[in-house]
Each structure stands twice: as C-alpha cells, then as structure tokens.
Ligand binder design. Structure first.
Ligand SMILES: [Zn+2]
Length: 125
C-alpha cells in the first residue's frame, strides 16, 4: 500500500490542527519519508481555507533542493472538520498531484489524487 512516513512530525501536525485557523506547509524528504516541514504563510482571508504564500513556497523549494530533498507533499489542517479532502482541496490535488496530509482534531490522514479519483494512503507516524 502506498504510504507516507511522517515520523517526527505527527505531534507538530496534531498541535497545528488545534489552532482555529488552517495551517499549510510543504513536506520534503525522500521516498515518501518526510524529513523537513516547511510552513507557508496562509494568505486566505477566512479561517477555513488556505492559500500558501508563493514567496514562502519558492524559499522552501530552493532551501531543500541543495540537500537533495524532493517534494513529498502538501500538509494542511482542518480545525473544524474531518481529515478528508474538501472540494476545494480536490481541485488543489489535481494541480499538485503529490501526497496530501490533512490533520484535524479527528486524526491525521493522507490522500492522493489518481486517475480513479481520490484514494486514501497509509500514514506512518
Ligand atoms: Zn482542506
């Protein structure tokens, strides 16, 4: 089964999910193992959505590239809902077909966009 290893980041991700505002960031690493979490400033004007700051995104890519790390996926929180992709997320997943990790007070789950739609993947925490 396809899975993502977030060992070392699960308590951080759970804590971020307790904030009433959505958090977003990029996860970098190797072979689906997250080694670096790069938070992005959330530019959305409302609490329940996220728009990652483009400049933070550029900095995240350039600073991890030099260590040979690749983008594993996108992390964000759902402070008030289940950790499953919203319609808005699915649109984002289509554009960024990486692993999407969602943390909420109900837990942490990971998803991937495929030809057959959204599939849940395993989380190693
Ligand atoms: Zn979402």
């Amino acid at each position: 089964m396809d899975r993502v290893d977030i060992t070392g980041f699960s308590s951080l991700f759970r804590n971020l999910a307790r904030d009433r505002r959505e958090h977003v960031g990029l996860m970098f690493g190797k072979a689906n193992r997250v080694l670096v979490y790069s938070p992005l400033k959330n530019e959305a004007r409302v609490d329940h959505l996220f728009t990652g700051d483009p400049w933070d995104t550029v900095i995240a890519f350039t600073s991890t590239e030099r260590y040979g790390l690749e983008l594993v996926g996108v992390f964000h929180t759902h402070p008030c809902g289940k950790p499953r992709p919203s319609q808005y997320d699915i649109e984002g997943m289509r554009r960024w077909p990486y692993i999407w990790v969602i943390a909420s007070p109900y837990g942490i789950k990971a998803w991937r966009y495929t030809d057959k739609g959204i599939v849940e993947i395993g989380v190693v925490a």
